[in-house]
Each structure stands twice: as C-alpha cells, then as structure tokens.
Ligand binder design. Sequence first.
Ligand code: FAD
Length: 474
Amino acid sequence: MNIVMALQQVVGADHVLTGEAAQPYLTDWRGRYTGQALAVVRPGNVQEVAQVVRCCIEHQAPMVPQGGNTGLCGGATPDAQGKSVVVVLTRLNRVLQVDTADDTITVQAGCTLREVQEAAAAADRLFPLSLAAEGSCTIGGNLATNAGGTQVLRYGNTRDLTLGLEVVTADGDIWSGLRGLRKDNTGYDLRDLYIGSEGTLGIITAATLKLYPQPVARCTAMLAFNELPAAVRMLARARKGFGAALTGFELISHYCLDSVTRQFTQQKWPFDESGRQCAWYALLEISDSESADHARERFETVVGDAIEAGDVVDAVIAASIAQSNDLWHLRESIPLAEKQMGKNIKHDVSIPVSRMADFVDQTNAQLQQAFPGVRHIVFGHLGDGNLHYNVAAPAGSDETAFLGLQSQVYQLVHDSVHAFAGSISAEHGVGQLKKDLLPLYKSEVELALMRKIKRALDPHVLMNPGKVINSADI
Ligand code: FAD
C-alpha cells in the first residue's frame, strides 16, 4: 500500500490532501519558501497523530509539522524534493480544561492563540501571550517556536507560560506530560526540550498553560523621543515607576509609524506636528489592580517626570479602551505595512538593553557605508531587548538587486549583533532561514550538544529535516 492510501486509512480520505488542495500548505506566510509534499495530512486527535508518525516511519517519509503557518523562518514549509508529509494540527482544536482553582488551561495544539485567550477570559482569567498573528497562529506553533510577543516583559515567553505538554515522539509514542505542577524536579526537563524545537524532535499535541488574574484596568500610552538613548532611559524609569505593572514597552521608529499611517490611511498619527517629527516612539502598557483612573494617574506621574527631565518630547495617554486599541493597532500594523511596501531583509535580534542604542547607531552607520541609501525599518520589544531590525533597498532603487545582497547584509548585521553579545534569533526561531548561520555564531560545544539531542530524540531523522540543524551535520 502506498503512503497516501495508508494515511487515508488513518485519518479518512477527506483529510489527506494532494495536488491543488495541498498547495495552500506548501508556501510560508512571507511567500519566501515554497516546497513540495507527498501529501498534507490533517489528523483529528492524538492517536491519529501517533499513527501518522508510525506510518511515515514505515514509509521513510520526512514529516513537517504545521500549525497556523504564520512562522517567519520557513520552519513549516517542506523542501522541494516532494518526499515529505506535512502534518497539519489545526483539527486538534479543543479547549480540554480550564482550571480556575489551579489557574491552568489545557488545550489541544491546534487551538489558535486567540481561542486560548478567549477561553481564559471567559473564565475571568488572563492568558497573556499576545502577538499580531494571534488570530491565525496555533498554540502548538507558539510552543514549537517559543514565541514571544508584546507581554514578555511581564509574563515571559511561551516557555515561561507552559507547565505541561503532550507530545507524539519521533518514534510515534505518546508522551502524556500534561501536568499542571509549578514545581517538578524529577529529572531532565523533557518539556523544555520540545519547546522551541521547531518540530524537529516531535509533534506537540496538547499543553497545560499558566493563567493569571485579569487586570482590573489597563492603560496605554505612546511617547515620542528625539533619540534612542532617551527611550532606553524611559524603559528604566518605567520599570522603576510601575514595577510588575509594566506589561509592554514597544519601540517604533519614525519610519515605521510613518509607513503605517501612509499605507493604511484610516490609521492616524496620534501626535500633532512636534510629536510627528520625532525619531523614535514607544508604546507602553500597564495593568492596574485598582481602576482605570488609578492607572492613568500613575502614567501621568511617571511620564510627567520624564517630560520634565527632557527625555519625552510628547505623550498621548489613552483615555478609553478604543483609543488604547487604536495605539496598539498602529504597532501591530507594522508587519503588514512592511509587507505591502515590498520585500526587505529582516533580522530578529536581541541585544542587552544597555547596549541597544550603540548597536543601532553603529550598525546603521556600517550599513550606510556599505550600502549607501538603504532604509532602516526598526521596531520591536525594547523591554525584552528584542529588535526587528529590517533593511530595505534605497528608495526608488531595484529591490530585487538589493535582495540579492542578502548574505552580505546578514553578515554585517549579525556580526554586529554578535559583537554586542546579542542573539541572531530572538523570538522567531531558526527554521530554514537561519540554519546555516548557527554554526557561525554558536560554539562548537553547543552545536555538538544540539546534534546529540537531535539524534537521540529523532533516531529516524525524519522530523522536519533541514530545519534548525543542517541534515548533513546530523
Ligand atoms: P507554524 O508557522 O505553522 O510553524 C512554525 C514552526 O513550528 C515550524 O517549524 C513547525 O514545524 C513547528 N510546529 C508548528 N506546530 C507544531 C506542533 N504542534 N508540534 C511541533 N512543531 C510544530 N512571533 C513571535 O515570537 N513574536 C511576535 O511578536 C510575532 N509576531 C508576528 C506577527 C505576524 C504578522 C506574523 C505573520 C508572525 C509573527 N510571529 C511572531 C511569528 C509566528 O506567528 C510565530 O512563530 C508563531 O508561534 C507560529 O505559530 P504557527 O501555528 O503559525 O506555526
């Protein structure tokens, strides 16, 4: 029996897609990678996932796990050989349990992030992971990439929000680790091995996640700065002034805000003329356990001090939930505005916050020297030291020719990140995009340990080959 027929026996013919029907699953969100596959299979429960894995082992077919396909490193896209099976988890989309006594939620991997947030909110709890793709990305994808987003500053990334996992191993066994314990030191942390492994070690089928109390009120503000060091000083001031109430501190360059308001004309600048001329902006959010008025007063005090110190040029403190949503909408529209404006060369990097301003200054200068006129598209989660440092072709120049320089631009930016003791992948992962870069910036000891883990947990070397680690190196 061929593999397509075997898979049909496991999940039913309707859930094994080939030809035209498979196409939407074979290209990544950015449209950067397109692959081929023997079939796209959509199992409906954990037992079917395990049977699919065993079937693929029997037929020696590589497996590519896929959730919402919003990943930005090509991790969910098969290669061009057409020998893989794409395993799509979106039918595993049930919320299994919300436990308000232990403050946990247990969900299947194919739930979208928004569905998890909504299930938590319905029980008067907060699931704080938040990112612009939350309507489409799945919790399984969030776990597999250890996604970050806009509230890491207060609540941590996906790893920090996870208590237990259920995984179908690369051998086709089911590991039921859906424990809601806050403490469990009984040996190696298997959960943390699978989190962030980008589908290269096994398939995550469910998770038990942490819930938090809903804040009584939230308050959002956008601040304008003439220079980046002033925004970094504001972060320190906000940490001190708000403590654990500070949930987000997003950095936005003038170029980004200007692009959003020009691409999406319904989105307006929140500042008048003087604020609009500033080089940098920050979107801050605090959660308050008393009231909206109390939150606003706290903002007025801390921001007032920063204005007096000359760091903040202009400030808009949202007076309503609608205004707060508008400010967040500006921030969340940056990736879409970028996409509409064409392709650019992206870097998702982290730098110690204390060195952020020097990194941007020096790297901008080096880029201008090497590639005169390039445009810098810089935004990110300043509170976590995470920048999306993207570089576009000079205005009016040949975009395709510039994209051809990608490896030189990568090298310049990533060498600079390395020199500033940063990471070349802060939150998006490695996928196919950065797998050849890891050997340049990770030590041989780290790489050797990673290869040993891969060999031990994926003995057939069929789990998402060509992602994170080069297949030839395993
Ligand atoms: P996919 O894209 O389907 O897969 C991503 C990787 O995970 C692949 O390697 C895949 O093989 C693996 N995988 C997927 N599901 C499973 C599973 N169940 N078991 C094992 N492996 C699996 N990311 C951030 O971290 N922070 C952001 O702020 C952020 N903002 C974004 C904004 C936009 C507009 C977009 C398009 C993306 C953004 N991302 C961000 C990236 C992306 O949304 C995240 O990486 C997300 O976690 C991917 O989830 P997904 O379900 O779409 O995964």
